[in-house]
Design a protein around this ligand. Structure first.
Ligand SMILES: [Zn+2]
Length: 277
């Protein structure tokens, strides 16, 4: 994948699908990437909405659950995805960011044999997780982001961050916390940041992570629950980690603290259960 004149192309020069939105105005120099979920029923319906002048909303990219990427505006043109928003010294992040809409239903309701979306579609139990949103107190259901979708998103994010020298990746929930809860707790933000920003810069200060769950986090010999639990498991809440590798939704870590008298523990943890300190 590559960018030519603010448009996305495959390496062989073939353009990615492009459906221009009328909901855009003015040239920007983006500094951030902002992640959203569509809270809709399909990528096609999101594209229809975001390219309709009545919607007065848009984004630069829509990514389907199958990983299909559609571009709606050149990356250097302002689109309308963030609304009233703030990050550090900046207000109205539309003027400073590239917006990506990811096809995902958002919050789910538990039903007998799985989950139900707000638009009354029933999902298999494996399509949702129960989690507490970082801005909320109670746990609820959230639709997962499939691997194909995340793979496409990661490749695109790496390209955009490099091409536009973006400073950080943010969630809509980070820049409009009173109004928004997307992309939500099912979204592996730390894993994506680790992959996009975490490589190469050996001289830079390492980023430290910590264990989030109250009841601790298992350290495993590989990236999956099928791998053995290692000595030190479960790592207590607050244990400090350094991420040294990433595979799908798992991070390979070095444990920075002494746990149960053990130093220099290494292994894999679920990326959802750690956060940047
Ligand atoms: Zn959003």
């Amino acid at each position: 994948m590559k960018i030519v004149d603010h448009r996305l192309y495959h390496d062989n020069g073939e353009p990615y699908p492009y459906q221009e939105t009328p909901n855009k105005r003015g040239v920007i120099k983006p500094r951030y990437l902002v992640m959203h979920y569509t809270a809709g029923s399909s990528a096609a319906s999101a594209i229809r909405t975001l390219t309709s002048s009545r919607a007065r909303a848009s984004a630069h990219i829509v990514i389907g659950r199958d990983g299909k990427i559609t571009q709606l505006a050149p990356f250097n043109i302002k689109t309308w995805h963030a609304g009233k928003s703030r990050w550090k010294e900046l207000k109205s992040l539309n003027s400073h960011s590239i917006g990506i809409e990811i096809d995902n239903a958002g919050p789910l309701t538990k039903v007998a044999d799985g989950w139900k979306t707000w638009f009354n579609k029933t999902l298999d139990s494996s399509e949702g997780i129960e989690a507490i949103h970082k801005l909320q107190k109670r746990s609820k259901g959230w639709q997962i982001y499939p691997e194909q979708q995340l793979d496409a998103l990661m490749e695109l994010s790496e390209l955009l961050v490099t091409e536009y020298q973006l400073e950080d990746i943010l969630g809509h929930e980070d820049i409009a916390p009173k109004r928004k809860q997307d992309p939500g707790p099912a979204f592996p933000m730390e894993e994506i940041k680790a992959r996009v920003f975490g490589r190469g810069d050996e001289d830079e200060q390492e980023i430290t992570y910590e264990v989030v769950p109250e009841d601790g986090l298992n350290l495993r010999s590989g990236p999956g629950t099928r791998y053995d639990k290692l000595e030190g498991s479960p790592l207590p809440k607050g244990t400090r980690l350094e991420v040294v590798g990433v595979y799908e939704r798992w991070c390979e870590v070095e444990v920075l603290d002494v746990v149960n008298g053990e130093m220099d523990l290494e292994g894999w943890v679920g990326s959802r259960h750690i956060k940047r300190v």
